[in-house]
Design a protein around this ligand. Structure first.
Ligand SMILES: Nc1ncnc2c1ncn2[C@@H]1O[C@H](COP(=O)(O)OP(=O)(O)OP(=O)(O)O)[C@@H](O)[C@H]1O
Ligand SMILES: CC(=O)N[C@H]1[C@@H]2OC[C@@H](O2)[C@@H](O)[C@@H]1O[C@H](C)C(=O)O
Length: 401
């Protein structure tokens, strides 16, 4: 047997494994690195996050990725070069974290790498009759494995597509294994660039579990700030939005899009929710001359309204839902205040800290859980293709040499 296969076999048989989850989201703020001790597998999975950090991206990374990010047309040579470059950079960042944490790389069983999404196109968002769903993540796992010397499992989304899904949201798998609870109807809400949710009924009925993207979380707000406020990446503490007034005409125009008419589950991305989306709504409502503050107030309310609509829809099908929020949006006080006001049927808004997982680390932890299932999961716990939840093992294995 090849020693790499033997090592994986040994890892899979251990009662617990050290797995580093890596997530680089649509906000392009940094690489989330979560060192997890994962015990067991399947519905017996337990997680302890031993260390977590976000390694900030520098301007070079952001500007290089932005040249291809969510763009229908771009330089193929650049994409080809970025794929190994991002992987190497992510590997270097893991090495830097391990050094800082004084953790021996040899003690890590595997790295779970999401990569960097550069384009997402479910069937509902493209006009090519002969194609179904597609999504593309760069940041080659072979580069991470070679750079760190640690076996890396990556490229999780392609199996989901191969099995008929849209390649997202994958959160549902980890959410179900780790957060489902018999005493409470739960909604796990993540507000990153794009917002998504997982509904976990207390009945535990796997067929009633579902997950969906909702629409914009922070993505349009971030893009607007980056365009108009030099050196700023986001509206810290919602200071700018708080100084403005919501423009109802613009808000209503933004809320009117075919994506919102599609039934859950569905997926989307910054390919749709971007500055061009805002500009089209401004043109339509003759609101091009609003102040930056008023635009930000309206964008903030736009995100809140679409998220609230989805939460209220879930709350109709199950009484007394508790929302557990995660992602950078929880740090936006105006967004959170709007959500509370717009969701009277939600029993309580908590965040995943209350369930033992740092809300900023949650997505990276979810990929560690997916890698753990790839290694040690003995059966599929969710399998409902009608709800976009394919019962498949996700992830491709890259060895270090
Ligand atoms: N203090 C804060 N005030 C306002 N907004 C904040 C604050 N901190 C973070 N955010 C928002 O959270 C964003 C980062 O969120 P997160 O890291 O969850 O996104 P992501 O993982 O890249 O996205 P996705 O989950 O869609 O892939 C920032 O770009 C910003 O918009
Ligand atoms: C294609 C892609 O990268 N989608 C991301 C994005 O960010 C949030 C939302 O859109 C979600 O569908 C997904 O990420 C999370 C981790 C998921 O798959 O559950």
């Amino acid at each position: 047997m090849h020693p790499h296969i033997a090592a994986l076999y040994n890892s899979a048989q251990k009662p617990s494994r050290l797995i580093i989850g890596l997530m680089s989201g649509t906000s392009l703020d940094g690489l989330d690195v979560a060192l997890c001790k994962v015990t067991g597998a399947g519905i017996n999975t337990q997680i302890e996050v031993l260390n977590f950090t976000t390694v900030d991206y520098n301007n070079e990374y952001k500007s290089k990725i932005k040249q291809v990010f969510a763009k229908r047309e771009c330089d193929l040579e650049l994409i080809t070069l970025l794929h190994p470059w991002v992987g190497k950079l992510h590997g270097d960042m893991v090495n830097q974290c391990l050094h800082t944490w004084q953790v021996n790389p040899a003690s890590i069983d595997v790295i779970a790498s999401h990569g960097q999404t550069i384009y997402h196109c479910p069937q509902s968002q493209h006009n090519h009759k002969s194609f179904t769903n597609g999504t593309l993540q760069i940041g080659d796992s072979d580069q991470i494995a070679v750079t760190t010397g640690i076996t890396t499992i990556g490229d999780f989304r392609q199996k989901h597509i191969a099995a008929g899904g849209e390649g997202a949201p994958l959160a549902v798998y980890g959410d179900y294994l780790f957060f489902a609870n018999h005493n409470e109807n739960r909604i796990l809400l993540n507000m990153g660039g794009i917002a998504n949710l997982t509904f976990l009924p207390k009945s535990g009925d796997a067929n009633s579990v579902f997950s969906s993207d909702i629409g914009p979380g922070n993505t349009i707000m971030d893009a607007y700030i980056q365009q108009h406020f030099e050196g700023m990446h986001f509206d810290d503490g919602a200071k700018i939005a708080k100084a403005g007034k919501v423009n109802t005409a613009l808000l209503n125009a933004m809320c009117s899009n075919t994506f919102f008419e599609l039934a859950l589950p569905k997926t989307t991305g910054p390919e749709v929710f971007n500055l061009a989306y805002l500009h089209a709504a401004q043109l339509q409502t003759n609101t091009q001359h609003l102040s930056h503050e008023d635009v930000m107030a309206t964008l903030n309310m736009f995100s809140a309204r679409v998220i609230a609509n989805a939460l209220n829809e879930c709350a109709q099908s199950a009484k007394e839902c508790v929302v557990y929020a995660s992602g950078g949006g929880i740090h936006n006080p105006l967004l959170m205040a709007h959500l509370n006001a717009l969701c009277p049927t939600i029993k309580a808004f908590e965040n995943t800290d209350d369930l033992g997982i740092n809300p900023d680390a949650k997505e990276a932890v979810l990929f560690a859980i997916l890698a753990n299932e790839c290694l040690a999961g003995e059966q599929q716990h969710l399998n409902n293709t009608a709800q976009g939840i394919a019962g498949v093992t996700m992830g491709k294995v890259s060895f270090a040499d």
